[in-house]
Design a protein around this ligand. Structure first.
Ligand code: FAD
Length: 321
């Protein structure tokens, strides 16, 4: 059954986040030969429409308004619902990001439809679209099918591969004029923590440090390794609680959930709450002095040793490649 699917393109600092392209690929699976319509909402975002098309969207609908310069669930839901009314989709895909997690339940409720959140794969099986999502902090997976109504899902970043970009592809990018009613939340100023380098939630390589790094300076060798591999530095809550690094780096049940291609855990014991945020990484390497550390139970490769010796050795070896 072919469907029309709306896919939200998420814009940050004037660029589309990678999860937008992964959402287009998910949208293609759900469309089953139907149409994938990219959606862009913001103050000036229409120039990004072409990129969504090059990643596989058939066309793009844009809602632009000064009131949409910053994300608010109120403003974005007004804009998105106007597009829903125009397009009447049979499927909707958002990224399972802070924005997607906030906006999707609101839209699902307005549409009186269900929501499959945090999907890590979508497959066709036995005539059904089967969505897989982790449950119990990643210890089990459940499979869901939608039997009725709009198929609405959020997808976990870094799990569903984006399609190859086709620079020669073009398509229609149209504007929809929406009268955005007065917002109940007005964002006066956004104060960002200075952060450099790769975004942790979208990083393909993460070098994470735990209490074993022992100090803020102890993160330096991890940063050097991350720089060589083009990755990002993350942390356990143990390291954050000890004030070795900022809580924005925390990975786990109460931190970020990540699924990089390579996760190198340095001086992290592997508490269940930490595993909840990283155990679905594609390849896990653990470096720990304690051969009994629980992190080795989820690791594909384990190195029993002192991280201050092992990490610089890895950096030197990777530099040679
Ligand atoms: P530790 O458990 O102290 O482990 C340090 C490890 O470093 C040890 O295994 C040690 O052998 C090793 N080590 C020491 N020195 C070296 C060295 N030189 N070289 C190599 N290895 C060395 N934790 C999270 O991470 N994320 C969460 O989101 C999270 N949420 C939580 C939510 C709740 C409700 C609760 C109760 C806890 C949560 N925690 C979370 C905390 C979690 O239970 C652990 O306390 C925490 O993960 C431990 O951090 P750690 O592994 O860095 O420290």
């Amino acid at each position: 059954m072919s469907r029309k699917v709306l896919v939200l393109g998420e814009v940050r600092d004037g660029s589309l986040r990678n999860v937008s392209f992964e959402a287009v690929a998910a949208g293609k699976t759900i469309a089953e030969g139907g149409e994938v319509v990219g959606v862009l909402i913001g103050k000036t975002v229409s120039a990004l429409g072409e990129e969504l098309i090059q990643y596989g969207a058939d066309r793009v609908v844009v809602v632009e308004d000064d009131k949409l310069e910053q994300y608010t669930s109120d403003g974005f839901s007004q804009a998105f619902m106007a597009i829903v009314e125009q397009e009447n989709p049979e499927g909707i895909i958002f990224g399972h990001t802070a924005l997607g997690k906030d906006l999707s339940p609101r839209i699902a409720s307005k549409l009186s439809t269900g929501l499959i959140s945090d999907s890590t794969s979508i497959e066709e099986a036995g005539g059904n679209l089967v969505f897989t999502r982790p449950i119990y902090s990643g210890k089990a997976f459940e499979k869901k099918i939608v039997t009725d109504g709009v198929i609405f899902a959020t997808i976990r970043p870094n799990n569903i591969a984006a399609l190859e970009k086709d620079d020669s592809k073009s398509g229609d990018v149209s504007s929809l004029s929406v009268d955005i009613k007065d917002l109940r939340t007005i964002i006066k100023e956004v104060v960002r923590k200075a952060s450099e380098g790769v975004d942790l939630s979208e990083a393909k390589v993460i070098i994470a440090g735990g209490r074993g790094v022992k100090s803020t300076e102890g993160f330096n060798p991890l940063q050097e390794l991350a720089d060589v591999l083009g990755g990002a530095v993350g942390a356990s809550r143990g390291a954050c609680d000890a004030d070795y690094c900022d809580y924005s780096l925390q990975i786990g049940q109460t931190g970020k959930v990540v699924t990089p291609d390579l996760y190198i855990a340095c001086g992290i014991s592997g508490a269940i709450q930490h595993l909840a945020g990283m155990s679905n990484s594609k390849v896990i390497v653990a470096i720990n002095k304690d051969p009994e550390a629980n992190i080795f139970n989820v690791a594909d490769y384990g190195i029993v040793g002192d991280l201050f010796e092992v990490v610089p050795m890895l950096t030197e070896e990777f530099k040679k490649l």
